[in-house]
Design a protein around this ligand. Structure first.
Ligand code: ADP
Length: 651
């Protein structure tokens, strides 16, 4: 006997014993596997007609031996494939499966992570698989009790294909005998597998014959009409949602379903889905975008990437067309005029649906945007902005004034003629809300858009303006700021010399409670510099330390001694860096500590002054300063007299 891998064993135990409350779906899983196997053989038959057959899936039961058999005439499996495919549970993502299961233990997860076949052990205590692979004469038998391992040995099978024989569990916690009842199986097929493209047949019991033996009649249980070909009235309850979940391995219903039937230069039917969340591997290299492509009802490609633009890679679905030849190859697909026509039709349809949702169901659109904004924004920026005009009205940004998401259009509508589209960049909404630069805009009653993704500002640059309103970063030096430098030239020069070329200094009127903020001059903004740094360095922003000369801290600089001046400018510059989300510089902490020490010293001196010359606090100012200096005489950094800060003594 070959043992299951340890990992598989644990999962198997979970599958059988805990996850499922809904055991009946094992049948859906087995029928889907059978249908997939037939798809594969049918695809091979396109180039080798000897492989063609009357494709079907058959259900049969044997009450005496308590077995239910699901047979197909699909591709079949070799001994090696039996071992590899059925020996490892959840091959398509054990880790991901475990993670998700811890989260919510949802039954639907099974289909999503490829433990489909193993669901048979929920109803069977032994499963026998007899399979003969296409092109081979020998068949093999795989058998397992679903606990420790499995056996494989040679077997007989007249035709190519696979039979899965379930030895049903004894009744007890559940009525497993029910799965021997063809009528019950029929209702399960109608419920879960109606759209399966191949006939699912079973011998329905008929009236007993003259000799008392029940005569069976082979009947097709499913309608075989693919969901995308059914009209609304023909669809069962949530049939589309079930189809989506099973086909695309999701456990939640799609957020948006788009169906499209086009008759024109190219005829096609499409059924597209926007998942409610990105696939677990969506943002990894492993994710493969694309739609299922059917030609005349035959699945010819599982993921045809040519049918959706990259930025809509999260859209899943099916395209069925009679206009492509069945053996179209990957290479010719790319060039094919009809494929491109379908792709551009679908892109328009999807974006139109997004626009409609934005207009009619804002909440749903915001959900969609929360899940896929990165992809949509990437689309607006990518390819030198080729799609920017198609996508600009689908973007949402948090608005400072409205405290909610708005479109560019909604924002622009509130603007005066020629007023700029103001935006601020930062890591999160909360961090941007605290940026000093926003104060001026708020005081002037102007709204500001929050750009929290690095790509946002690049999109704004690409668009340049919206409805005639230019995009403007609140952290860029705006024209309005230049007026009132005069009178401050000396202080500006002193600060610049202290900053040693790291930034120039300029007066601003956009600050209220903050003394300084950082801005950038010219084409490269601070945010862009950061993005480029993250990509390995590049162009640098021209930094400006913008100064609020009305602020008491700045005013106090006029009378500061050199030591306090230098430390204060260092602290201010680093404060501006911090507010912009930068790291501080190495000398920041020591400068800050020296300023704190001076504060403590001057408080002590105030207290001293109060004690020695009670009632005359102002007179204590100068002498106390000397006293402090004398007290801390051992500390070189404190040698310079303190107390030149007028506010100290006065408070
Ligand atoms: P999944 O179908 O999600 O890949 P399963 O555990 O259901 O996971 O099946 C594992 C693999 O076993 C399938 O991918 C397929 O290669 C193979 N398999 C299962 N059932 C059949 C079948 N009836 N015919 C041929 N191959 C099958």
């Amino acid at each position: 006997m070959k043992e299951f891998r340890a990992e598989s064993k644990k999962l198997l135990d979970l599958v059988v014993n805990s996850i499922y409350t809904n055991r009946e779906i094992f049948l859906r899983e087995l029928i889907s596997n059978a249908s997939d196997a037939i798809d594969k053989r049918r695809f091979m038959a396109l180039t080798d007609s000897s492989l063609d057959a009357d494709f079907c899936i058959e259900l049969s039961t044997d009450v005496a031996s308590r077995t239910l058999t699901v047979s197909d005439n699909g591709v079949g499996m070799s001994a090696e494939e039996l071992e590899n495919n059925l020996g490892v549970i959840a091959a398509s993502g054990t880790e991901a499966f475990k993670k998700e299961m811890k989260k919510d233990g949802d039954a639907e997860l099974i289909g999503r992570f490829g433990v489909g076949f193993y669901s048979s052990f929920m109803v069977a205590d032994k499963v026998t698989v007899i399979s003969r692979k296409v092109g081979e004469t020998a068949a093999h038998k795989w058998e397992s009790d679903g606990v420790d391992g499995f056996d494989i040995c040679p077997a007989e099978r007249v035709q190519v294909g696979t039979s899965v024989i379930l030895h049903l569990r004894a009744d007890g916690d559940e009525d497993y005998s029910g799965y021997l009842d063809i009528r019950k199986l029929e209702s399960l097929v109608k419920k879960y597998s109606d759209y399966i493209r191949y006939p699912v047949r079973a011998e329905l019991p008929k009236a007993a014959g003259a000799d008392g033996v029940t005569v069976g009649e082979l009947t097709t249980l499913n309608s075989m009409t693919p969901v995308w070909k059914k009209s609304k009235s023909e669809q069962g309850e949530n049939e589309i949602g079930d189809f989506y979940k099973r086909t695309f391995r999701d456990y939640t219903d799609p957020l948006i379903t788009v169906s499209s039937r086009i008759e024109g230069a190219v005829n096609y039917t499409a059924l597209l889905f926007v998942p409610s969340e990105p696939a677990f591997d969506y943002y990894t290299k492993d994710y493969k975008r694309g739609l299922q492509l059917y030609c005349n009802g035959v699945l010819i490609m599982e993921k045809c990437a040519e049918l959706v633009p990259e930025y809509l890679g999260f859209v899943r679905g099916v395209v069925d067309t009679a206009d492509l030849s069945l053996n179209i190859s990957r290479e010719t697909l790319q060039e094919d005029r009809r494929v491109r026509a379908i792709a551009s039709g679908l892109e328009k349809k999807i974006l139109g649906e997004f626009q409609k949702t934005l207009k009619n169901d804002r909440e749903k659109y915001e959900k969609l945007f929360a899940a896929f904004s990165k992809a949509i924004k990437f689309g607006a920026y990518d390819n030198f902005g080729a799609n920017k005009d198609k996508l600009k009205d689908l973007l949402l940004y948090y608005s400072d004034a409205g405290k909610k998401l708005v479109t560019f259009k909604e924002y622009a509508e509130s603007l005066d003629k020629d007023a700029p589209m103001l935006y601020a960049c930062g890591e999160t909404v909360d961090k941007i809300a605290m940026q000093p630069q926003l104060e001026g805009a708020r005081a002037a009653g102007k709204d500001v858009l929050y750009f929290v993704d690095p790509v946002d500002e690049f999109i704004a640059r690409m668009l340049e303006s919206y409805d005639g309103h230019k995009f403007e970063n609140v952290a860029s030096e705006s024209d309005g700021d230049k007026a009132e430098q005069s009178g401050h030239e000396e202080l500006i020069a002193r600060m610049e010399s202290r900053l040693q070329g790291k930034a120039t200094v300029a007066a601003t009127d956009k600050l209220k409670s903050f003394p300084v903020c950082l801005a950038a001059k010219g084409d490269i903004s601070l945010e862009m510099e950061r993005v480029m740094d993250a990509m390995g360095g590049g162009l640098k922003a021209q930094r400006i330390l913008q100064v609020n000369f009305d602020h008491p801290v700045i005013k106090s600089l006029e009378t500061a001694d050199d030591a306090r001046f230098d430390d204060t400018v260092t602290v201010l510059y680093n404060e501006a860096l911090l507010a912009e989300g930068y790291r501080t510089e190495p000398d920041f902490i020591s400068a800050l500590n020296r300023l704190i020490e001076r504060g403590i010293a001057s408080e002590a001196e105030k207290a001293d002054g109060k004690k020695t010359s009670a009632g005359k606090p102002t007179a204590a100012k100068k002498p106390a300063a000397k006293k402090t200096a004398a007290k801390s005489g051992g500390d070189k950094k404190q040698e310079k007299p303190v107390g030149s800060d007028g506010s100290d003594g006065a408070q």
